[in-house]
Write a protein that binds this ligand. Sequence first.
Ligand code: ARG
Length: 469
Amino acid sequence: MTDKSANRMWGGRFTASPAEIMEEINTSIGFDKRLAPQDIRASKAHAAMLAEAGIIDKEDAAAIIKGLDAVAAEIDSGKLVFSRALEDVHMNVESRLKEVIGTPAGRLHTARSRNDQVATDFRLYVRERIDALDEALAGLQLALVRKAEAHAATVMPGFTHLQPAQPVTFGHHLLAYVEMLSRDRGRLADARARLNECPLGSAALAGTSFPIDRQATAKALGFDKPTDNSLDAVSDRDFVLETLAAAAICAVHLSRFAEEVVLWTTPQFGFIKLSDKFTTGSSIMPQKRNPDAAELTRAKVGRIAGAFQSLLIVMKGLPLAYSKDMQEDKEVAFDALDSLGLAVAATTGMVEDMQPQAAAMLAAAAGGYSTATDLADWLVRVLEMPFRDAHHVTGRIVAAAEAQNLALDKLSLAAMQAVEPRITADVFSILSPQNSVKSRVSHGGTAPQNVAKMASAWRKRLEKGPARG
Ligand code: ARG
């Protein structure tokens, strides 16, 4: 006699129940219950296919499908109490189905295994999350583009080494992130294209002797085709890894923007203001306005990149085919995708909320000698100096200006001529930050006319909707 407490889904050859600690380490229902909608959707497709192929009766399939809908409703309403003893979402759903419809429930697991089941469910899940992220990222791009359009001519200092380098426009700076996010969306789209094959029907590892129709289940679940190797299908999680890698890169991009928001909102920079909606106070220092959303967005990359590392190491060296190690793929992926979704939403909120402080940006661009390159270029263009010589002359002029504590365009012509006598008053036409940005008309350069054109092209593309880009 089998011990009544042995697992009712696989306990046939068992005589006793697992040790408490065995159940503790083995159970995944606490987290994989999130896959219930995908699990039920895949089971319905499987049952319909089994009936269509004559493997189970049509009546049984109909009862199974109806029963699965009932189980789904119970889960939706929070009524179904999951059992740890039933390990995971797959067995919890099937066991409840048995309670609801009786004997036909036992036919659902024909020609499949939890191994192809979980691979299928998780692909469906990750695919949905990619689609939602893509939409959210498009929304963030649009928010950036709208701000960029409004600030195509707003001058700010551009930095290298976080030292003022050359003036750029705020719109140009924002559009840099639009480009990064576009590549992030591209990477997610690539991951999606490769994951879109259906493992269902690979069974435990070797395929099945039942005459199943894998094309039918693949099609019913929106996959492009069935996977071509049963061992591969049940034992790889590269689709999760790729998605997490793309998510980690995207999170890195968001963290860089978040860092700039942190810097820009300091009194020292003062380039933007965030409203009370995106700032928090300090419990001790009444003057503080902290950009916590930006700081947390900056930090989320830790767990997202960590998830990628974690799963990469779980998968390393695993022999084919399925091993229980792979159950560790879910929690990190759930957490990473949740975190990225949150970071994207918070960033969108901050972009919409931020009020650029044009005067402060311009003042910063005017200080810091950020038009020194323009001066060097002028010496090359007008006096036909070799660039290296022009660089040296400009350096001496900057030093002269610095000694008098003046901006470059405020230094007298005589002082410049003391360094290079051939300089004329014409030089003043290029020394202001506004004229500097106006001159950067090369493709991809920061000239306001370029930025306005780029921003409007992006806006049209993004407002058109779902096409990726
Ligand atoms: N909960 C398992 C997982 O997430 C499902 C597959 C279990 N398969 C098995 N042969 N025990 O990986």
